[in-house]
Design a protein around this ligand. Structure first.
Ligand SMILES: Cc1ncc(COP(=O)(O)O)c(C=O)c1O
Length: 411
């Protein structure tokens, strides 16, 4: 297996130029679950659209427009290969949130009073609120799969709520606070056994783990470009072609229709264009294609091993500091969620920030989870391919003294 060298990788990322110095300190960026840095290849490809081949996609009959079509559709193919989808099953969106809304509203006609949508307490707002809306409009009911003590979805817990009433199961394959990796293939097979549709929120899984939509047999998948080295404002909704063909789009406008007339008749374009109303984020799509290639070149085995190694080091270091509670010691990925004892998470994050260590604090848009964790807010350090052992040492060292923040505050 290839070993990943984060220092070599950093050379591809302009955020690490100037000898990694940020405000006079080494840049210790540990907020990759929120968004990631972008390599030159992604930035350059986005720029190529603006500098060399600006025209709209799927609209012009001249050579420049043709070049744009080739670049845009080429990006779709790169993304499709990345998740092992067919190319017409990849619909570009503005990000995971838009994808989840398109899926929820698109599946609305399947739902009636009393039907059940299964989620968990650990879901991000983007995988809860669209379903609340759709449930309100249809009389369907959102039910939560019980989590085990650690906060995981287990097969038994899933079976305890799965029934003939279940019409949709929608789960983050990796949750964004606890970072547990779900047994997606097994859960999906069980959902299918009662005739339910399986939707995967891939915002935190697709950047870090190999996602093969055919092998998993999932029906829908949404994810965001910016969490996987790609640009902001671009994401993907994957759907099995036969389901996409039946599903209504949420947005209507240019290019998603084949024809319409004055009597109100509308015929829609074929998938995937049916889900891409209006002018799209062409440079974003092109950049995302290159992000997929970049990640593939590094390889998921190397990414997983690197993140786990650093996570283990962080967990051991924070535990040995003796002043913190960690909520997800055993998670499979590079997310460490914790609190410094007696320090409110946001205060601790400001303190860590003052030491040049950038982590996220709060509820991380998973606003039901604090009930389960029995805490108002947490700190979250999240790793990616360019993080180093020195980053982790800086985190551990800064955490050792985070109670000092209270001294500064109250003395
Ligand atoms: C699990 C999960 N789902 C959905 C989202 C929403 O992603 P975006 O804000 O890119 O739409 C996030 C973002 O943090 C997430 O972590």
């Amino acid at each position: 297996m290839k070993i990943l060298d984060p220092l070599k990788i950093r050379q591809d990322f302009p955020m690490y130029r100037h000898d990694s110095l940020f405000e006079g300190r080494p840049l210790v960026y540990l907020d990759n679950a929120a968004t990631t840095f972008k390599p030159y290849s992604v930035i350059k490809e986005g720029d190529r659209y603006y500098e060399d081949i600006t025209a709209n996609a799927h609209r012009g009959d001249y050579s420049l427009a043709h070049e744009v079509d080739v670049a845009y559709e080429g990006a779709r193919k790169e993304v499709a290969d990345f998740i092992n989808a067919d190319v017409d099953e990849v619909c570009f969106t503005s990000g995971d949130s838009m994808g989840m809304n398109e899926i929820a509203y698109g599946l609305l006609p399947l739902l009636k009073t009393g039907d059940e949508i299964l989620l968990t307490f650990a879901e991000h707002a983007s995988n809860v609120l669209p379903w609340y809306q759709v449930a309100k409009l249809t009389g369907a009911v959102v039910k939560f799969i019980p989590l085990d003590k650690e906060g995981r979805v287990t097969i038994d817990n899933f079976k305890s709520v799965l029934s003939d009433k279940t019409k949709i199961v929608s789960l983050a394959s990796v949750t964004n606070v606890l970072g547990f990796l779900l047994p997606v293939k097994e859960l999906c097979a069980l959902a299918h056994s009662v005739g339910a549709i399986y939707v995967a929120d891939g915002a935190q899984s697709v950047p870090h783990h190999k996602t093969d939509v055919k092998d998993l047999d999932i029906d829908f998948l949404a994810f965001s470009g910016h969490k996987m080295l790609g640009p902001t404002g671009i994401g993907v909704m994957y759907g099995k072609k036969k389901l996409l063909e039946k599903m209504n789009p949420l947005f209507f406008g240019g290019e998603m229709n084949a024809r319409f007339d004055s009597c109100g008749y509308v015929s829609l374009s074929d998938v995937p264009l049916k889900f891409e109303a209006g002018t799209q984020n062409i440079s974003g799509a092109m950049g995302l294609g290159k992000a997929c290639l970049y990640i593939q070149k590094i390889g998921f085995d190397a990414i997983e091993e690197h993140e786990l190694k650093l996570k283990k080091m962080a967990v051991e270091g924070i535990i040995s500091n003796g002043n913190a509670t960690i909520y997800n010691q055993n998670c499979e990925g590079g997310i460490i969620t914790f609190n410094i004892d007696k320090v409110f998470a946001q205060d601790a994050a400001s303190y860590l920030g003052s030491k040049g260590v950038f982590v996220r604090s709060g509820q991380h848009c998973a606003k039901i989870l604090p009930e389960f964790l029995n805490t108002q807010a947490t700190l979250r350090a999240s790793l990616y391919i360019y993080n180093t052992e020195d980053d982790v040492k800086a985190l551990i060292e800064a955490c050792k003294h985070a109670e000092d923040f209270l001294d500064v505050f109250f003395n």
